[in-house]
Design a protein around this ligand. Sequence first.
Ligand code: UFG
Length: 323
Amino acid sequence: MKVFVTGGAGYIGSICVEELLNAGHQVTVFDNLSEGHRMAVDERAQFIEGCLSDRETILNAVAADQSEAVMHFAAFAQVGESMTDPSKYFRNNVANGINLLDAAVEAGVKKFIFSSTAATYGMPDTGPITEQEPQKPINPYGESKLMFETILKWYRELHGLEFVAFRYFNAAGCSEKLGEERRVETHLIPNVLRVALAQKKECRIFGTDYPTPDGTCIRDYIHIVDLAQAHILALESGKCGFYNLGNGEGYSVREVIETCRQVSGKPIPAIEEARRDGDPARLIAGSQKAIDELGWKPRYATLEQIVDSAWRWHSAHPNGYSS
Ligand code: UFG
């Protein structure tokens, strides 16, 4: 298939592009390079530098491309930042996304695949979370993604645009060639591995008084290549709807740091700090729907495998894509 990918120069988008191309699809990447990297765009893909806020540009780009499907990864995704700058999140993740949706409808695109998030669930008190769990986001990031999910339902009903929205849990790990490099890194695993690379003195644990066995937040980590595979299955299936993507296992911040120590063989000092605003205590996925309906089979489901792939990429690229 021909697929138009927004945010295809970013961490998740670039690895999905690589997997799409490996599976024999044709890809056009549309990215403004505000967060992504030109070097992360597979050379087999066509690249358009552009911004979703520019409605005419995106309408023309999608119309000219004649893709059958759109994958939409271009969004801001930092929970903490969304608490201090909500406007940035609603503008880009909702308003700019509507420009893309309209472009897809006008161009007669058949399928829209959207990166949603576990942050739409807010503070669930049970786990694993299924897709039926009430969605009550506790930060503007999660709210912006939930708003877009709602818009997708209306565009399907009113314009017939079929969609799959994946609610990602914590994407982590790297492919052989492509990795996780952001201009401002807030995520746990890359920050902990920077200490192993001696680029930082210590890592930080945000909150030790959560109602979890060791007091730190629990997350469900999913390998980026497994996540990318789910997108390819969605593209090739006739399914429409919402799917969680996670492994159904939760790991605390302390457990993640310990795994990074074991994988890297480095001591990795950690300091304990106050809670970060907007963090739920525990997010664990129930992903049976993706397994049953899409035939999704995660291949790198253990935290060791996930951290190991991240460590291999970060140690081979200590300065990211400029290494
Ligand atoms: N954390 C630390 N120290 C750090 C960085 C993070 O203790 O240096 C903690 C956070 O407070 C949180 C956990 O590690 O408890 C994971 O934090 P991340 O920033 O790595 O990831 P988040 O869980 O905040 O968010 C990620 C994605 C979201 C997605 C969410 C779903 O960025 O897009 O997972 O679980 F919604």
